[in-house]
Design a protein around this ligand. Structure first.
Ligand SMILES: [Zn+2]
Length: 200
């Protein structure tokens, strides 16, 4: 899928996910809700994290939306790993999660050495970023699974998986079915927000 499609689907799905998970705090559209600056910051951080996560797996493609921003980093990753390999697999997700959890623990440990304790709201903030990026990545893999190429879900096994399983039922990146899916999904979610079936 194209970067723009990943971003739009990721953010729209992020709205649906947050409706159920309430990660970013109280909903803005619920009647009687008090909108504070802290709540707006939470929402901004959550959706930024989801948007970043929705593009992140394509860092293994130097020509992708994110790959162009990361320049030589992306080129190096693509050269070493190749496009749609570990960054589009369950193993990649698991390693990414472990690295993020490990990084948080290292920071907490280093702060404790200095006699500091990470404030609860800062830890909560980092968890918001973590789950936002993770959700965006999962949505990226799901969207790529809809395309003709599929994804190597169980990499290093080379077999590629897709939805539906039969390649010919899936669409090629950048073709009209992709745009149809993206816009249909967005219109459906906007309709649900309008009808207050989904609150954000
Ligand atoms: Zn991808």
């Amino acid at each position: 899928m194209e970067g723009r499609s990943h971003l739009l689907i990721g953010l729209t799905a992020g709205v649906v996910f947050d409706h159920f998970a309430h990660l970013s705090g109280a909903p803005l559209t619920a009647t009687g809700g008090t909108v504070t600056l802290a709540l707006l910051v939470n929402k901004a951080v959550y959706y930024s994290a989801v948007g970043f996560g929705a593009l992140l797996p394509d860092i293994d493609n130097a020509r992708s939306t994110l790959g162009q921003k990361f320049g030589w980093v992306s080129k190096t990753i693509q050269g070493l790993a190749g496009h749609r390999t570990v960054f589009h697999s369950l193993l990649g997700l698991a390693v990414g999660c472990l690295l993020a959890i490990g990084l948080e623990q290292v920071v907490i440990y280093l702060l404790s050495l200095q006699g500091y304790t990470a404030p609860a709201h800062v830890v909560g903030f980092s968890h918001l970023v973590f789950f936002g990026i993770l959700f965006g990545c999962v949505m990226h893999l799901f969207c790529d699974a809809l395309t003709y190429g599929g994804i190597p879900l169980f990499w290093p096994l080379k077999k590629r998986f897709g939805i539906p399983m039969e390649n010919d039922w899936r669409f090629r990146t950048g073709t009209w079915p992709e745009h149809l899916i993206v816009w249909s999904f967005m219109i459906m979610v906007v309709f649900c927000i309008w009808k207050a079936l989904i609150i954000i």
